[in-house]
Design a protein around this ligand. Structure first.
Ligand code: SF4
Length: 151
């Protein structure tokens, strides 16, 4: 498995987790497709569980909070803090449930393409009219770019 995953961050642990999950579920059709069951599997946190549900076409039970969302949401001013689960809870309270499946990916793509850790492209950003960072009411939060916070 290392041969196929060695370009992925933390691939050693991910190979171990995938092997354990395969041992537990035994077949793809046995993979649970609800968030509480998914997060009981080795190496699966809320972010991964939310991604799996989205990719499986299931209704969202939470919001994907990856490294980009963790940086961008506080910049915009719709969440605060640096703990993924706390940021997710704030976003879940703020955003209507029918948008949960898309909003995490939307913010993540904004972070990858526009709202970079350094030199965010605020002048061309679709959020600049409402963004606290751009409008001077939010400090820079480059410190939120800590990959160790995620599974
Ligand atoms: S306006 Fe700037 S800081 Fe705000 S979300 Fe857009 S790129 Fe990020």
């Amino acid at each position: 498995m290392h041969r196929y995953l060695n370009s992925v961050r933390n691939f050693g642990n991910k190979c171990i987790w995938l092997t354990k999950i395969a041992t537990i579920v035994k077949a793809l059709e046995n993979l649970p497709l609800d968030l509480p069951s998914l997060v009981k599997l080795p190496g699966i946190g809320r972010k991964s569980a939310n991604v799996i549900l989205r990719e499986a076409g299931r209704p969202a039970e939470g919001i994907i909070v990856d490294l980009h969302v963790l940086r961008v949401a506080p910049r915009i001013g719709i969440a605060e803090g640096r703990q993924p689960e706390k940021v997710e809870q704030q976003l879940m309270r703020l955003i209507s449930k029918e948008r949960w499946g898309e909003i995490g990916m939307a913010i993540s793509f904004l972070g990858r393409e526009v709202c970079r850790p350094t030199n965010p492209k605020c002048e061309v950003c679709v959020m600049n009219a409402v963004c606290c960072f751009y409008n001077g009411t939010q400090p820079d939060n480059r410190i939120f770019s800590d990959p160790s916070l995620f599974d």
